[in-house]
Design a protein. Structure first.
Length: 153
């Protein structure tokens, strides 16, 4: 059975959002880019959690303001709009990072691991068409080199 590479805190990082290469990355040369994609996802999760907390605070404030029944024009405001915009941007960034990591994982499973698209679709629980699109996206990204977003905006 192949040995598992430790991840997160076990790999010597300080947790989500920490993209400092750890010493355990050295022997995994070809997988280093995939690990960096995972680190990007972790950083985007941190950004998303921060944006979500901001939206939660905004909703609590909105509820407190609304209880006495002010007119709806008082409910908007730049701070709330900015919080929702940050939340939406963080969600899109998280989704994009997860998609890139999944695409690379699927590409590696097919190209390097020898799975067929049909086998991968069955194992992943996705349609063959969706798996094909992700594998092709992973191949395009793999050929283009590391163009994935860097952690931390």
């Amino acid at each position: 059975m192949p040995s598992q590479r430790p991840t997160g805190r076990a790999a010597g990082t300080t947790g989500a959002g920490d993209t400092t290469p750890c010493k355990a990355d050295a022997p995994y040369g070809e997988l280093a880019e995939f690990y960096q994609l995972i680190d990007t996802v972790l950083a985007r999760c941190q950004d998303f959690q921060s944006a979500l907390a901001s939206v939660e605070d905004s909703l609590v404030e909105l509820r407190a303001i609304r209880r006495p029944g002010p007119p709806p024009v008082v409910l908007g405001g730049y701070a709330r709009q900015a919080a929702w915009a940050d939340f939406s941007a963080a969600f899109r960034a998280l989704n994009g990072a997860v998609t890139l990591a999944r695409a690379e994982g699927y590409r590696a499973a097919v190209d390097d691991g020898g799975l067929t698209l049909t086998e991968l679709a069955r194992v992943a629980g996705h349609s063959r068409q969706q798996v094909t699109r992700l594998v092709n996206r992973g191949r395009d990204s793999h050929r283009a080199g590391p163009q994935h977003p860097t952690p931390g905006r």
